[in-house]
Structure formats: structure tokens, C-alpha cells
Design a binder for this molecule. Structure first.
Ligand SMILES: C[S@@+](CC[C@H](N)C(=O)[O-])C[C@H]1O[C@@H](n2cnc3c(N)ncnc32)[C@H](O)[C@@H]1O
Length: 385
């Protein structure tokens, strides 16, 4: 069963192991990069079939141009500013650092993500700028019908609650700005970058006043710094001793161009080149479905091995059936993982927590029926010892 009462609080631990002060971070990241660079496909921990699978995975991901790899997973519904799983990953890190002090701002950001996804879907459909004008007018009247177009309750509630004061932070009425901007440019409405970035400014302001030591964090399959770009932009990067690795060298080249001083390295999740319990927290998005079951199980064991405190894992293709559905596609996999089997695997390795079915969570918490991927789950797990 998917967890209904999701709260990142369950994951945060009162007794956190600290990773040293921020000045140490660059040095540690550099060490990690060296270790990862030495990590070769022929690692002894892997049998021949996993070495062959690794070669095929490299071929699969290296076939794309660097420019495509840099952009395609930060666009549209994958844009980490509005993608609910990316937002939850940032909240996982914020929670690990600062506890529940920012719960109200997190709630506003989740609402923002849902509303933006609804508008994005509309903007891509047949609606024109006049429809956005009608929506804006209806919202100001508190009406749920914009000349025949039904406005969901969660959008109305969000609009009515803005602007909102959250501690010292004011969440502006971003919908006012967005709906005006979207109609000014052309016949087709579009979501402007400055509106998509509304929470970037809010988190920067909120976090810059904080005093705390940082945490060490590993991201597996970091792509071209797809999520890290926003972890950095939202003012979280300075709190993290972050290391990211990916099997695809082109991704790592892109990541290093964007962040020359951050510890990005080529590496394989089946053989993470770090000692046991190196990192306070690990996270990964949209990786494990692309591996064979054997490789996925080894990857999970590796993630658990190097993590001291907590894991946040995004899945794009999971179901509530008892068995994994294995689907090889070309040189990699597009599996549908069993939530229960995957949960049990983590439990056997000492990590338990919440399995959040994104669709159920958004319906239950916000009455939002608009999830773009009904198969998406995020696991938020903590070490049980
Ligand atoms: C669908 S992409 C997701 C990228 C990023 N996590 C995101 O959500 O935008 C899958 C990524 O997994 C990487 N990958 C595939 N197999 C891997 C492995 N065995 N070890 C590390 N990374 C791997 C690919 O190179 C690719 O960047």
C-alpha cells in the first residue's frame, strides 16, 4: 500500500551525524571524484553478465548528443522546479538539514508544482491566450468555471491563499504574474522562466539566514547535474558535501562544465567506489527501472552500503503487484518494479520508511487529480539501526 500520511519528518533524525564544516567539503568531494574515476567497468564485485550489462548501459546512454543530455530531463514535466519528485528530493534534503521548520513553505511549493503542471498541460493543449485570460478572471472571482473550462478546486484554493506569509517569507501571488505574462507574448500561452523560478528566490532568502553544519550527500545517476542545478540555485548546495556520479561520461562532462568545483565523476551504481557508510544521505531518480533485476538488487545493496542515515529514491515505473515486470528494451531495461518487493529489499538491507505513491499522495493531501505519471513513487527511507 502506498503511504497516505506522508511526512518527511519520519525520515529526519534528531541525532544527525555531522559531516564537518563547509570548508572541508571541496576537499572531500575531490577525493570522491578520484575514487570514482578509478572505478572501472571490470570491477571484481560484478560477475561477467553484470559487466556486459554495464557495457550495454554505457552504449545506451552515450548514444545521445551532449546537448540533448544536458537539456531533455530538465524540460516540460521533468523540469525540477515543478516536478513533484524533484521537489520532494529537495525537501528531503532541507528536512535532513533543518528539521520541520520549513514545512509550511514546502507545502506551498508542492502546491506550486501541482498548479504549474496543470497550467503546463493546458498550455500544451488547444487552449489559447484568451483561455488563460478567462482563467485569471475566474480565479479573481473565485469561480470554478472559466467560460466552460473547469478549474480544479486545488487551483482555486491555492489562488485564494496567495499571497501568503510563511514565517518571514512572503509567497507572492505567482499565478497573477504568470497568467498575465503567459498572455502577453503570443497567441499560445507559455510559462515564462521567471514564473517557474518563483520558489528559487524564496528558498534562497529563507536558507541564507540559517546556521547549521552541513551533511554529506551522494547522488547516483546524477545525469548532467539535472537535479543538482536546482539544489544549487535554490541555495541548498552550500550546505551539502555533495558528490554525484553517472555511468555516462557525456553527462559528467556537462555537469563539470556547469559546476567545475563540484565532485561529479563517472561511476557505476553496481560498484560504488566508496567505503561503507561514507555518506549521510543518498538520493537517485529514475535509475533502478533501467537495470536488470540482478543489477537493480546489487545497486540497492550498494546504495544502502554507502549510506549512514537516509535514502530518497524516485521511481518512474512501479506498481502494486507482487512481482517485477521485466521488459528489456534495446540495450537496457524499462521494468515495472513491484513496490512491495523493492520495499522488502531495502528493509532486508536495514532501510525502512515511506513508499509515496505520488498520485495517491497528491489526491489525498491536496485533492489534485492531475499527476502526469500514475506509476511514480518516491521512497523516503531511514537507516533502522
Ligand atoms: C533517466 S536518466 C535519469 C537522470 C537523472 N537522475 C534525472 O532524474 O534527471 C538515467 C540515468 O542513469 C544513468 N545510469 C544508467 N545506468 C547507470 C549505472 N549503472 N550507474 C550509474 N548511472 C547509471 C544514465 O547515464 C542516466 O543519466
Amino acid at each position: 500500500m502506498a503511504a497516505a500520511g506522508f511526512s518527511l519528518r519520519l525520515v529526519a533524525k534528531r541525532t544527525r551525524m555531522l559531516a564537518g564544516n563547509r570548508a572541508d567539503f571541496k576537499e572531500k568531494s575531490a577525493l570522491f571524484a578520484v575514487r570514482c574515476a578509478r572505478n572501472s567497468v571490470n570491477d571484481d564485485a560484478m560477475d561477467d553478465s553484470l559487466k556486459r550489462e554495464t557495457e550495454k548501459l554505457i552504449k545506451s546512454w552515450m548514444q545521445y548528443d551532449e546537448a540533448i543530455l544536458r537539456d531533455y530531463l530538465v524540460e516540460d514535466v521533468e523540469d525540477p522546479r515543478i516536478n513533484v519528485q524533484s521537489i520532494l528530493t529537495r525537501h528531503f534534503l532541507i528536512d535532513a538539514l533543518f528539521g520541520d521548520r520549513f514545512a509550511a513553505l514546502m507545502e506551498h511549493e508542492l502546491r506550486f508544482g501541482m498548479v504549474m503542471n496543470w497550467l503546463l498541460k493546458l498550455a500544451k493543449s488547444a487552449v489559447g491566450t484568451e483561455d488563460f485570460q478567462a482563467i485569471h478572471h475566474a480565479l479573481r472571482q473565485g469561480a470554478d468555471n472559466a467560460e466552460g473550462l473547469l478549474i480544479p478546486q486545488f487551483v482555486l484554493q491555492t489562488f485564494a491563499a496567495l499571497p501568503a506569509k510563511v514565517g518571514k517569507t512572503v509567497v507572492p501571488n505567482y499565478l497573477d504574474g504568470l497568467l498575465s505574462d503567459a498572455v502577453s507574448a503570443s497567441e499560445k500561452p507559455a510559462l515564462e522562466a521567471r514564473n517557474l523560478a518563483a520558489f528559487e528566490v524564496l528558498w534562497q532568502e529563507a536558507l541564507q539566514k540559517e546556521q547549521r553544519q552541513g551533511i554529506s550527500v551522494l547522488e547516483a545517476a546524477c545525469g548532467s547535474a539535472n537535479d543538482y542545478r536546482f539544489i544549487h540555485a535554490y541555495g541548498l548546495g552550500g550546505w551539502l558535501n555533495y558528490a554525484g556520479f553517472d555511468l555516462c561520461e557525456k553527462n559528467i562532462r556537462n555537469a563539470r562544465v556547469l559546476f567545475p568545483k563540484v565532485g561529479f565523476a563517472v561511476g557505476n551504481v553496481m560498484a560504488i567506489a566508496s567505503p561503507d557508510k561514507t555518506f549521510d544521505y543518498c538520493f537517485a531518480q529514475d535509475l533502478l527501472e533501467h537495470l536488470s533485476v540482478e543489477a537493480m538488487e546489487l545497486a540497492v545493496a550498494e546504495l544502502c552500503r554507502v549510506t549512514r542515515q537516509g535514502l530518497c529514491l524516485g521511481f518512474f515505473n512501479m506498481h502494486e503487484g507482487e512481482d517485477h515486470v521485466v521488459r528489456p528494451v534495446d540495450d537496457y531495461h524499462w521494468n515495472t518494479l513491484s513496490m512491495a518487493r523493492t520495499r522488502d529489499l531495502f528493509e532486508q538491507l536495514g532501510f525502512a520508511g515511506q513508499m509515496v505513491h505520488i498520485d495517491t499522495f497528491l489526491k489525498w493531501r491536496f485533492g489534485c487529480e492531475e499527476t502526469h505519471n500514475k506509476n511514480a513513487y518516491t521512497f523516503v527511507l531511514s537507516a533502522q539501526c
